[in-house]
Design a protein around this ligand. Structure first.
Ligand code: TYM
Length: 322
């Protein structure tokens, strides 16, 4: 039995193109495979490592959940829940904390990044990968669909599973990251990796005016309309490949390479293609009620808890917690 498990941290108002094409699109597509359990959650305890505004965290949690459903994660095919509704995750994280070597966490990118930027790193940020390992391992997950930036975290989860199995006997399955090569790292509007913390995101659910404005402001070189243009590093074309249909991509590619396609025209085509691609999801977003969301996560937490409880009972037994 394959168990697909993954999640998103509700640190911003919306998910962005990187979240969708790197991870969430996979959640939606993978739901249709046979003989598997799909579990997708909102990692609100992880968001606490950076979010200091409680009201915002609540709003963001429901927003991201609404977007999950609007994107097509289907409560009939997947277990969908909020991390804090299954406190077994944090219990397992503590047990893992007690056997995770300090050095393993010191090598984690997020922690190293925070240190190098002179940011104050909390114990929570340091132990972030341990809670993530607990999220994954508590469901005996076999596959974890994520973007490339989470690869190291999944590797740490494997290390922790191996450590536990070594001390207490075979208990945890070793999970593997599932990363889509073409969308492993989606670029942001400034050319860096798209990330909420870099303020360089485009969200499929943001206000139409702001979305179009961001696309029309994408930085390009100064080549004139008739000049041939490169596709490498061409952010307009990169985004078009994500949302445009084959015919449009081919046409734009040919005209970029030959000359005759100005950046302004290409941006307009891209903005329209992006709005078209996300139109059904944007429409669905507004049709989902708060009650729908509450019912989905209530049911999801019940189902998740059954699996999580089973693992925690085994673990408690093995480690000697009565
Ligand atoms: P988060 O919320 O930062 O991102 C959610 C998912 O989106 C992917 N992603 C990207 N993919 C491609 N290009 C980008 N620019 C880009 N930006 C983000 C991320 O790789 C991720 O898959 N730690 C996780 C949340 C988490 C989790 C888990 C995930 C907590 N526990 C257990 C999987 C399993 C995070 O912060 O994701």
């Amino acid at each position: 039995m394959q168990i697909f498990f993954s999640g998103t941290k509700p640190t911003g108002e919306h998910t962005h193109l990187g979240n969708y094409f790197g991870a969430i699109k996979q959640f939606v597509d993978l739901q249709n495979g046979e003989n598997r359990t799909n579990i997708y959650f909102i990692a609100n305890y992880h968001a606490l490592t950076t979010e200091r505004d409680g009201t915002k965290l609540v709003t963001n949690t429901w927003n991201i959940l609404r977007e999950y459903i609007a994107y097509g994660i289907d409560p009939k095919k997947s277990i969908i829940f909020i991390q804090s509704d299954v406190p077994e995750h944090t219990e397992l994280a503590w047990i893992f904390n007690c056997l995770t070597p300090f050095g393993l966490l010191e090598r984690a990118h997020a922690y190293k990044d925070a240190l190098s930027k002179g940011k104050e790193a909390s114990a929570g940020l340091f132990a972030y990968p341990v809670l993530m390992a607990a999220d994954i391992l508590i469901y005996q997950s076999t596959h974890v669909p994520v973007g490339k930036d989470q690869k190291q975290h999944v590797e740490i989860a494997r290390d922790i599973a191996e450590k536990f199995n070594h001390y207490y006997g075979e208990t945890f399955v070793l999970p593997q990251a599932v990363i889509m090569e073409e969308t492993a790292t989606v670029t942001g509007i400034d050319g860096e990796k798209m990330s909420k913390s870099y303020h360089n995101t485009i969200s499929p659910f943001e206000d139409e005016k702001s979305l179009v404005k961001k696309i029309m402001s994408l930085k390009t070189d100064s080549k004139g309309i008739d000049e041939p243009k490169d596709l490498a590093g061409n952010i307009i074309y990169q985004y078009l490949e994500l949302v445009g249909d084959e015919h449009l991509c081919k046409q734009v590619k040919e005209r970029f390479l030959k000359g005759g396609m100005g950046y302004g025209e290409a941006k307009k085509l891209l903005a329209q293609a992006m709005l078209d691609y996300f139109a059904p999801m944007r429409k669905k977003y507004h049709m989902i009620t708060q009650t729908d969301l509450e019912n989905i996560v209530k049911e999801g937490a019940i189902q998740a808890k059954v699996i999580a409880r089973r693992t925690i009972d085994t673990v408690r037994n093995k480690v000697g917690i009565v």
